[in-house]
Design a protein around this ligand. Structure first.
Ligand code: ZN
Length: 233
């Protein structure tokens, strides 16, 4: 409970759930967001809305929620030619990976986050990566991130603890976790204010805002429907 944490916070469903998870258990929580030239830059503009919503609805969390760090990583968009950073059709590539894969993205995010955490004396890094309902990105895998935790701890000569609370949850279970952490108020902030759509569209649906047909929207909509079917009440 005395730990100080830094949450990789994109403004999406998963990272907002992780932020709530961290606020529920750590004494002090800061956030970091990355601008890498993503097509769905609207998720960055949703971040302050989500943070304001959490502060307004949860006074205990407001006390623990500290600075929000914004990091520009435009180089990543220049280095990689993917459908997340270019206006290209989203499809499955030859290697079986969707062309929304930005090589090394999460490795870079955690490495940058570890540098901020070092300076800010934050001992825990929290990320919403998930190996259950995911697009097969190799840098979301538990083994990739555990290896990175070891590398960062050695390279910084300081214990870097990475927490990945969604790693083995599917999207329905992620909604259920939000319900457990913050009840209907948190579910509504996540449903209404977070952004997942790869195309950056904000058309309203029961499960939130988005285009409704990109892979991120399909995952989110399917998870919401499954949770609605199975949740009591
Ligand atoms: Zn979409």
């Amino acid at each position: 409970m005395h730990d100080r944490a830094l949450v990789l916070f994109s403004g999406g469903q998963d990272s907002t759930t992780c932020l709530a998870w961290a606020l529920d258990r750590f004494a002090h929580v800061e956030t970091v967001g990355f601008d890498y030239g993503q097509r769905h830059a609207v998720e960055l503009t949703q971040r302050p809305t989500v943070l304001a919503g959490l502060r307004a609805a949860f006074p205990a969390w407001r006390e623990r929620l500290g600075d929000d760090h914004a990091v520009s990583m435009r180089e990543l968009g220049q280095l990689s030619d993917t459908a997340l950073t270019q206006a290209a059709e989203i499809r499955l590539g030859a290697a079986g990976l969707p062309n929304t894969f930005v090589p090394g993205r999460n490795l870079l995010f955690f490495t940058y986050a570890a540098a901020i955490a070092y300076r800010r004396d934050l001992t825990v890094l929290v990320g919403g990566m998930c190996e259950t309902d995911y697009s097969g990105y190799p840098d979301c895998r538990d083994d990739s991130l555990k290896a990175l935790q070891v590398a960062l701890s050695l390279g910084m000569d300081r214990r870097v603890r990475m927490e990945l609370p969604l790693m083995w949850l599917d999207k329905a279970a992620t909604w259920a976790l939000a319900q457990d952490l913050g009840g209907a108020a948190l579910v509504e902030i996540i449903r209404r204010d977070t952004h997942s759509c790869y195309l950056g569209e904000r058309t309203a649906h029961a499960w939130g805002a988005g285009c409704g047909h990109c892979p991120a929207c399909e995952l989110r909509a399917a998870g919401w429907a499954r949770w609605q079917r199975t949740s009591p009440g």
